[in-house]
Design a protein around this ligand. Structure first.
Ligand code: 6PG
Length: 480
């Protein structure tokens, strides 16, 4: 006999803004949603304000939550990533039965997700680490969802997630990513790219402000204009809105009143740490993380005020041409950030045996998420055409975009340096590009030095094998 109260298709525990918006999204799509929060007040607040969104079941305890769900039970955890996640998982797992599904929708570290999935699999439970992007608004109206975990669990869970996800051209921005921690890994790299994209936009803004002397409103107009072309994206769109915002207290542009020290919750830093372990140069993302750290080094920055700039060049006089240069530099650098992010995903996939499909990721990032952008269609096309693409910058469309913009890109970086304006992301992306296309890098010298002081050996251009030279003796060479 079925339990008459077990009627909810999905349970959500953790009803802060993201959790309650996702719960409402499920309800608006016709699902019965069991609600649970550690303090019942949040559950009641949601019900008081939004019961019109659909069918909710109010529960006060984990036992009630479990009892309210049809089988296999599906419970989405939306708590702050970390110890709280382990605590909730343990409570749920103790009350669940084999075949039930626990979904972690927080920004968990993917190695935690690998650990949790393995432990729950032992107990017969399905654990799905799902990256969810789109902020509060996306959670309510359609996020991009990156669920990992066992493929079997996606059969029962996928249709629910796909129906609440953003839709682009009739395709949901949600797909099964791959086993265990792959969903959270991909979400982590998404956030890394988000950091790089934001930093590049920030550098463009800095150039407009300090090289061209534009005010916030003028810069907002440029971004509004850019949002009608190749750079069309959520981040460019909101940049214009942020720059247009007037401070109610002072009447100034709000951006001019906000302290210039950026914070971070950690996903960008995780991306860089993982890239270091995988040996993947995500230089744009790393510079973005460090740029936030520099901005936050307030005491040092204060102490360094007044340090000499050296002789600076004249500012550009042709604002229109320089604006177009910045646009092209931004586009080219953005392509580099994505190329590096996709390299990291490929390396993670190989390291953990996930078998990820890059084209699918670009497809589910076209809508809902923070890095959604017009050019993601081009990334999908590039990988559909050649799944083995060695680098995104080699796809004909992106190669052409970079080669068209290269002179502008160099002018922007050179001008910024001559004006004393920091452009770590523009500059490192250009150096990355130049390094990749260089016929011969200085690494031969590095190898010589390593062999000199540590007998680490080197390879030769004209013979196979490893070699070692007796550097300070008779300079003879021996096979290692
Ligand atoms: C998203 C965002 C989201 C969150 C960032 C903010 O995809 O919806 O990335 O996950 O806003 O984690 O990160 P920082 O606080 O590190 O900037």
């Amino acid at each position: 006999m079925t339990n008459p109260t077990a009627r909810a298709q999905i349970g959500v525990t953790g009803l802060a803004v993201m959790g309650s918006n996702i719960a409402r999204n499920f309800a608006r799509h016709g699902y019965t949603v069991a609600l649970h929060n550690r303090s019942v007040a949040k559950t009641d607040a949601l019900l008081a304000e939004h019961s019109g969104d659909g069918d909710f079941v109010r529960t006060e305890t984990i036992a009630e939550l479990i009892a309210a769900l049809e089988k296999p039970r599906r419970v989405l955890i939306m708590v702050k990533a970390g110890d709280a996640t382990d605590a909730v998982i343990e409570e749920l797992a103790a009350a669940m039965e084999p075949g039930d599904i626990i979904i972690d929708g927080g920004n968990a570290l993917y190695t935690d997700t690998i650990r949790r999935e393995a432990a729950l699999r032992e107990r017969g439970l399905n654990f799905v680490g799902a990256g969810i992007s789109g902020g509060e608004e996306g959670a309510l109206n359609g996020p991009s969802i990156m669920p990992g975990g066992p493929a079997e669990s996606y059969e029962s869970l996928g249709p629910l997630l796909e129906s609440i996800a953003a839709q682009v051209d009739g395709t949901p921005c949600c797909t099964h990513i791959g086993p265990d921690g792959s969903g959270h890994f991909v979400k982590m790299v998404h956030n890394g790219i988000e950091y790089a994209d934001m930093q590049l936009i920030g550098e463009a803004y800095h150039l407009f402000r300090d090289a061209l002397g534009f005010d916030a409103k003028q810069i907002a107009d440029v971004f509004t204009q850019w949002n009608t072309g190749d750079l069309e994206s959520y981040l460019v769109e909101i940049t214009a809105e942020v720059l247009n915002q007037v401070d109610a207290k002072t009447g100034k542009a709000l951006v001019d009143v906000i302290v210039d020290a950026a914070e971070q919750k950690g996903t960008g830093r995780w991306t860089v740490k993982s890239a270091l372990d995988l040996g993947i140069p995500v230089t744009g993302i790393a510079e973005a993380v460090f740029a936030r750290a520099i901005s936050g080094s307030r005491a040092q920055r204060k102490a360094a005020q007044g340090l000499a700039s050296g002789t600076l060049a004249d500012k550009p006089t042709d604002a229109e041409t320089f604006t177009e240069d910045i646009r092209r530099a931004l586009y080219a650098s953005k392509v580099i950030a994505y190329a590096q992010g996709f390299d990291q995903i490929a390396a993670g996939s190989a390291e953990y045996g996930w078998n990820l499909t890059p084209g699918d990721l670009a497809r589910i990032w076209r809508g809902g998420c923070i890095i959604r952008a017009r050019f993601l269609n081009r990334i999908t096309e590039a990988y559909d055409e050649n799944p083995e693409l060695p680098s995104l910058i080699l796809a004909p469309y992106f190669r052409d975009a970079i080669e068209t913009g290269i002179d502008s890109w160099r002018r922007v970086v050179a001008t910024a340096i001559q004006l004393g304006i920091p452009v770590p992301a523009f500059g490192s992306s250009l150096s990355y590009y130049d390094a990749l296309r260089a016929e011969r890098l200085p690494a031969a010298l590095t190898q010589g030095q390593r062999d000199f002081f540590g007998a680490h050996t080197y390879e030769r251009t004209d013979a196979d094998g490893k070699f070692h030279t007796l550097w300070s003796g008779d300079r003879s060479e021996v096979s290692a």
